[in-house]
Design a protein around this ligand. Structure first.
Ligand code: GAP
Length: 516
C-alpha cells in the first residue's frame, strides 16, 4: 500500500511509541521539547547500528582505532575550536504567530521552492516537446527558467555572505527581498534576525565561587582532536590514520520539531582521519565514496541517497558535503563529510601551548596533519532505517499487517520462539531451543494468543524469523521457520536451526557487501 508521506511520518512516530522504540522524554511530565528516550526495541536497534558503524570503521580499516572521550571538556577547548564565538544560528521570530525559525533555513526553503518551479517548467516542456526535448538547452535558454536561476544564484550568494560575515541585517533584508512569509501566520511581520549560540553550558565545582562554566559538547570531534597525540604515540600510529568515536552531543537547537531528526541531545558517530597536508582532497573523495557505500549496503534503496555540497562552509572546512537521505519530510542531511584542514589541531596548539605535531619519519619533518572527518547522526540513521522499514501491507486474504522490514542483522529481536499451543510438551521443547539460541541471537519467547496474532506482533517490531514448535516437532525434531518479509514457512531440522539463523543474522552479511 502506498502511504502519503505526511501520514507515513505520523504513522512511524506513533508506531515507534506503541512498539517500544521511542518515547518522549519524561512523558509523565508532558515531555521535554526535542528530547527522546529509546525503549526496549529502540535501544537494541540503536546498538546494532552502532555495531555496524564501529565494525566497519575499526575492523575493516586497520589504520583506524576507536576511543571514548568524556562529554565534559576543558572550557578552553571550545574557545579553540571556534564554538564559543562562531557556533551560532541566525534566529528570527514571527510577531504574529510567535513562532521561532532559523532565518537561513527559511531562505534555503525559499530557494528550494524556486528550484521546484524550474523543475515544473522543465517537466511541462518535456511533455509538450516529447522525444525531441533537450532539457539542458531549455534550462539555458527559457526566459522564465533563466529568471529563477538568476534569483537562486543571487540568493545563494547573499546567504553565503551574510552567514560568513555574521551580517544579520543583511539576512533580514534577504528575507524581505525574497518575500518570505511565515508558514503559520502567512505574514511577513518578522523581528530582527539575531545570532544564537547553540551550546548548552553548566557549572563544574560544588562551591559557587569556585564554579567554572563548562559546556556540554556540541560535537564529539573535539575529544578526538585533544587526544590526537595520546593515541598516535601510544598506538604508534602512522599517517594516514583515523580515530573513531561514538557518543552524545548536545545543541540548543532553535527549531527542533521533526521528531528525532533534530534533537537537543543526540548521538554522533564520528571519525577524524589524519593525513599529510596536501593529500586531504584525495582522502576527502575516498571517504565520500566509502561512506556512501556503507549507507547503500543497508538496501534501503540507492535512490534515497544523494550528495549535497556545502555552499556555506563551516569556519573550519575547505570542502564539505552532506550525504542526504530521503526522509519522510524529503531529502535532508544524514551525514557530513568535511575536510577540516589543520584548523582544529593548530588552534589547540595555540591555546594549549602544547605541540600537536606528527613526526614524519619518511620525510624527516614535523607538521600538523590535515583532517578529513566523517560525522553521521546515530538518531538520523535510526530514523532513516525506521521510516523505510515501516510498511503497511494488504495481504491476499484481505487482511492487513504493519511490518518493519529492518535490515535483518540490525533487527532488535532476531528470533521469536513460539510453541503452537501452550500444552502437550510444546512449551518445554520451545524453551530447549531458546536456551540453545540465546547465547548468539536475541530471542523472544511467547506462548500467549493464537499463532497468527503472535506473528503480527513480531512483524510489527521487525523480527525477521519466527521459529514455531508444533506437534510434528515432537515426532521428527523439526520446526518451521517463518520469514518476516515473504511470510513463507520452511521446515527445518532443529539441529540446523542455530547455524542457519546465525548465518542469516550476521552483521558481516552487510559489511561484506560494502567491500564488493
Ligand atoms: N563534527 C562535525 C559535526 O558535528 P554536523 O554536520 O554539525 O557536523 C554531524 O553534524 C551529524 O550529526 C549530522 O549530519 C546529523 O546527522 C547529526 N546531527 C547534527 N545535529 C543534530 C541534531 N540536533 N539532532 C540529531 N542529529 C544531529
Amino acid at each position: 500500500m502506498a502511504i502519503q508521506e505526511d501520514n507515513l511520518f505520523k504513522n512511524v512516530i506513533s508506531h515507534s511509541k506503541e512498539y517500544g522504540f521511542i518515547f518522549p522524554s519524561s512523558e509523565i511530565y508532558d515531555g521535554l521539547s526535542a528530547v527522546y528516550d529509546y525503549g526496549q526495541n529502540g535501544a537494541e536497534l540503536k546498538n546494532n547500528i552502532k555495531e555496524y558503524w564501529w565494525k566497519f570503521m575499526t575492523l575493516l580499516h586497520d589504520n583506524i582505532v576507536g576511543i571514548d572521550a568524556a562529554i565534559f571538556m576543558h572550557p578552553t577547548t571550545w574557545k579553540a575550536s571556534g564554538h564559543v564565538d562562531a557556533f551560532n544560528d541566525p534566529m528570527v521570530d514571527n510577531k504574529d504567530s510567535k513562532k521561532r525559525y532559523r532565518a537561513d533555513v527559511l531562505v534555503e526553503d525559499a530557494i528550494a521552492k524556486m528550484e521546484e518551479k524550474i523543475q515544473k517548467e522543465v517537466d511541462k516542456a518535456a511533455k509538450r516537446f516529447g522525444d525531441s526535448f533537450d532539457s539542458e538547452m531549455f534550462i539555458k535558454t527559457n526566459p522564465r527558467v533563466l529568471e529563477y536561476s538568476q534569483k537562486i544564484a543571487n540568493a545563494n550568494a547573499r546567504l553565503k555572505e551574510s552567514m560568513g560575515n555574521g551580517d544579520m541585517a543583511g539576512m533580514k533584508k534577504l528575507m524581505e527581498d525574497l518575500e518570505i512569509t511565515d508558514p503559520v501566520s502567512g505574514t511577513k511581520n518578522w523581528t530582527d534576525v539575531r545570532q544564537f549560540n547553540l551550546m548548552f553550558s553548566t557549572e563544574m565545582g560544588s562551591i559557587a565561587e569556585e564554579a567554572n562554566k563548562i559546556y556540554l559538547r556540541p560535537e564529539t570531534a573535539q575529544g578526538i582532536f585533544v587526544n590526537f597525540l595520546n593515541v598516535q604515540k601510544t598506538g604508534r600510529m602512522k599517517l594516514p590514520f583515523g580515530i573513531a568515536q561514538i557518543g552524545k552531543a548536545f545543541r540548543n537547537e532553535i527549531v527542533a520539531r521533526q521528531f528525532i531528526f533534530r534533537m537537543r541531545e543526540f548521538e554522533q558517530m564520528e571519525m577524524q582521519f589524519f593525513v599529510k597536508p596536501g593529500e586531504e582532497m584525495k582522502w576527502y573523495e575516498f571517504w565520500k565514496e566509502k561512506r556512501m557505500k556503507w549507507h547503500k549496503a543497508l538496501d534501503l534503496g540507492d535512490e534515497n541517497y544523494r550528495y549535497h555540497d556545502h555552499l556555506n562552509l563551516a569556519h573550519y572546512a575547505n570542502a564539505a558535503c552532506d550525504i542526504q537521505f530521503n526522509f519522510p519530510m524529503g531529502f535532508k542531511e544524514l551525514e557530513g563529510i568535511h575536510s577540516r584542514t589543520d584548523f582544529d589541531l593548530k588552534s589547540h596548539e595555540k591555546y594549549s601551548g602544547k605541540k600537536l605535531q606528527y613526526f614524519d619519519t619518511e620525510d624527516n619533518e614535523s607538521y600538523i596533519p590535515y583532517v578529513v572527518e566523517t560525522s553521521v547522526g546515530l538518531d538520523r540513521m535510526f530514523l532513516s532505517i525506521l521510516s523505510k522499514a515501516y510498511t503497511e501491507e494488504k495481504l491476499p486474504d484481505g487482511s492487513e499487517r504493519v511490518v518493519l522490514k529492518i535490515p535483518v542483522p540490525l533487527a532488535p529481536v532476531k528470533v521469536a520462539i513460539l510453541p503452537l499451543v501452550k500444552k502437550d510438551g510444546l512449551p518445554e521443547k520451545a524453551m530447549e531451543i531458546m536456551n540453545e539460541l540465546k547465547y548468539d541471537l536475541r530471542c523472544f519467547y511467547e506462548e500467549k494468543d493464537a499463532i497468527g496474532k503472535r506473528y503480527r506482533r513480531q512483524d510489527a517490531i521487525g523480527t525477521p524469523y519466527c521459529v514455531t514448535v508444533d506437534h510434528q516437532t515432537l515426532t521428527d525434531d523439526t520446526v518451521t521457520i517463518r520469514d518476516r518479509d515473504s511470510m513463507k514457512q520452511e521446515r527445518v531440522k532443529i539441529s540446523d536451526v542455530k547455524s542457519q539463523l546465525i548465518a542469516a543474522c550476521s552483521i558481516n552479511n552487510i559489511l561484506r557487501k560494502i567491500e564488493q
